[in-house]
Write a protein that binds this ligand. Structure first.
Ligand SMILES: Cc1cc2nc3c(=O)[nH]c(=O)nc-3n(C[C@H](O)[C@H](O)[C@H](O)COP(=O)(O)OP(=O)(O)OC[C@H]3O[C@@H](n4cnc5c(N)ncnc54)[C@H](O)[C@@H]3O)c2cc1C
Length: 248
């Protein structure tokens, strides 16, 4: 049910050089309920006292009832992210309205997740939910980042995959550095149509969840359609611009 909540910042965690997790609690009202993959309209106090309203996907599992985690990437010159990164401190208040969105997990159907950068947040909520419920659902995660330093939650995702026999994952770096080349245990390059067709062959009965740059979602969605996934089973979420649809 849609509702407006007063939230307080309980902690701020550095995830990479430009991304932080804001851990929010609900001191008065209790945490709002949501489905894995949904987002809230957060209102952040701006420098002039006006509230700045932006959408953020919840990164934590809905089964975590102590707090909501939002993992947020700084946008240069961005109004909300400048306030969040440079002015807000633990104890400060935010407002949240929601939950919104139909980019939600179908926990009864095997899944393919294709994501890039901070687009992993709604998918992380889904994966954390599946992990917390010890789900045996087969999942395949394709997660692209520019460099190794940009990969969010790498250790947690590798640990999840190690715990679950039916969790297949493929990390890829599109602009690997020298340091990455020395240690990286994943792929290189974009998840282009040929790579997706190779990795996801035989997964045509699955639901696909795409969240990342629009060209990535368009290319991967078309590749999945060519493998036989139903258009209605390809779900998308865009952080900037309009989510592509595939005729479903
Ligand atoms: C459903 C939904 C869920 C989202 N979830 C998350 C999330 O979990 N984590 C997260 O970090 N962000 C998320 N976003 C993006 C978020 O809502 C903001 O757009 C983003 O944080 C920038 O806000 P800002 O006020 O700092 O920048 P603004 O002041 O709005 O924008 C400043 C400039 O940056 C450009 N810009 C805006 N957003 C981006 C961007 N993401 N990348 C590059 N340029 C941009 C604008 O066009 C503008 O030119 C989500 C967006 C949607 C629609």
């Amino acid at each position: 049910m849609l509702r407006r909540s007063e939230l307080a910042i309980a902690g701020i965690v550095d995830e990479s050089n430009d991304t932080k997790t804001f851990r929010l609690t609900a001191p008065e009202s209790g945490l709002p309920q949501f489905q894995p993959g949904q987002f809230y309209a957060l209102e952040v106090p701006g420098p002039d006292g006006a509230w700045i309203r932006r959408s953020y996907s919840v990164a934590s599992s809905p089964l975590e009832r102590r707090w909501l985690d939002f993992t947020i990437k700084k946008v240069e010159g961005g109004a909300a992210t400048t306030a969040l990164f440079e002015r807000l401190r633990p104890g400060d208040r935010l407002r949240a309205t929601g939950p919104f969105g139909e980019f939600v997990l179908d926990a009864a159907r095997p899944a393919i997740f294709v994501t890039g950068g901070v687009g992993v947040t709604p998918i992380l909520s889904m994966l954390r939910y599946l992990d917390a419920t010890s789900s045996a659902l087969p999942v395949c995660l394709l997660y692209a980042n520019r460099t190794g330093a940009d990969v969010l939650f790498e250790e947690e995702l590798r640990a999840m995959a190690a715990r679950r026999a039916n969790f297949e994952f493929h990390f890829s770096l599109t602009r690997a550095t020298e340091a990455d080349r020395a240690r990286w245990r994943g792929r290189s390059g974009r998840f282009d149509a040929a790579t997706i067709q190779q990795i996801c062959r035989g997964m045509s009965d699955r639901v696909a969840y795409l969240c990342g740059p629009i060209p990535m979602m368009e290319e991967s969605g078309k590749a999945l359609l060519s493998l036989g996934l139903a258009a209605k089973d390809i779900r998308t979420e865009a952080f900037v611009g309009v989510s592509p649809t595939f005729g479903g």
